[in-house]
Design a protein around this ligand. Structure first.
Ligand code: GLV
Length: 321
């Protein structure tokens, strides 16, 4: 029987599904295995089922003897050396689609939290600072009919825009590599072809673009200087913003508060000023983390492996140019 190595012990249903077809070796730990461990346990395996923070290096891929598929339980796959995978004729799978609505819910949660200082005021309560009825240190801003700017209009940002428009009648503008005229018409979105124009007049800014050389620090000093009391949400990838400049922008008021579900690096430096800033809310890369979606992504990653084994098309394959 062919073997699979799965790099966490979290996925009971996915393991059951895989066990119908393979001998499954489960890394019995909730932390990522080291490079040496991945090399050791994936020896002789047909597939590796990986998580977003397993760094699947050239060394791992070159050391594997039977490997046919690396199946990442994530949409992103920057943790995998895909060029070496291609050279070794190893296919790579990912799990887009199933997480869209879950990530959109989460993004809306972060926006509402920033708008009304929910985490900020909770921290004050935990310090014993609720002494009498006094809202004044925590007054936030409305969401209803406010201006939301979006960078990168993929599936998640589209689902988020629907919530913002249908639920809160927000005025939504976006910049994206490609204009989406159908969505402009359907949802009443406004496309703005210059990021600096987009961000200079918004109340809320949400970043959704994938990380590429073009989007690395797409929000940098120049952009922060143009903002006025913006509430910033980043659920894409940490390096899309310059975090040192974010700290300056928070201190001088260009950014009123920020919610980061992604940081650069991950996890962040706990002693840094940014992490400890009262107007920063950091969550541990949790956008897709509902129980339902966690499981759906695991089942999809398992199915990708099964499909390669059966010579069927993968549910989602990363096409390596
Ligand atoms: C998470 O960030 C993912 O790429 O699925």
């Amino acid at each position: 029987m062919d073997k699979i190595f799965i790099t966490r012990n979290w996925h009971v249903d996915a393991v059951k599904l895989l066990e119908n077809h393979f001998e499954v070796i489960v890394w019995n730990n909730s932390n990522s295995p080291t490079e040496d461990d991945i090399i050791k346990y994936s020896k002789g395996c047909f597939g590796v089922f990986s998580e977003f923070d397993d760094i699947i290096t050239k060394n791992i891929i070159d050391s594997s003897d039977q490997l046919k598929i690396i199946s990442n339980r994530a949409v992103g796959y920057e943790n995998i050396d895909i060029n070496t995978a291609k050279l070794n004729k190893i296919r790579v799978g990912n799990t887009p689609g199933v997480l869209v609505e879950t990530c959109a819910d989460f993004t809306m949660g972060l926006l509402l939290d920033l708008a009304r200082n929910i985490t900020y005021s909770n921290r004050a309560v935990l310090k014993g600072n609720w002494k009498s009825f006094n809202q004044t240190p925590y007054l936030g801003t409305d969401v209803y009919k406010k201006k939301l700017a979006i960078i990168g209009l993929g599936q998640i940002a589209t689902a988020f825009s629907r919530r913002a428009i249908h639920g809160f009648q927000m005025d939504v503008s976006y910049w994206s590599r490609n204009r989406k005229i159908n969505l402009d018409n359907e949802l009443g979105l406004q496309y703005i072809d210059n990021i600096n124009d987009l961000i200079s007049s918004c109340d809320y800014l949400s970043i959704h673009c994938s990380l590429t050389p073009e989007t690395y620090r797409i929000i940098d000093k120049e952009q922060f200087m143009l903002m006025k009391n913006v509430k910033l949400i980043n659920t894409s990838r940490g390096p899309t913003i310059n975090q040192d400049e974010l700290l300056i922008a928070l201190n001088n008021g260009n950014v009123e508060s920020a919610a980061l579900d992604v940081t650069d690096p991950e996890p962040p430096d706990y002693n840094s000023e940014l992490v400890n800033h009262p107007k920063i809310l950091i969550t541990p890369h949790l956008g897709s983390g509902s129980r339902e979606t966690f499981n759906k992504m695991a089942l999809m990653a398992a199915q990708n492996i099964i499909n390669v084994h059966k010579n069927h098309e993968m549910v989602s394959e990363v096409i390596i140019d």
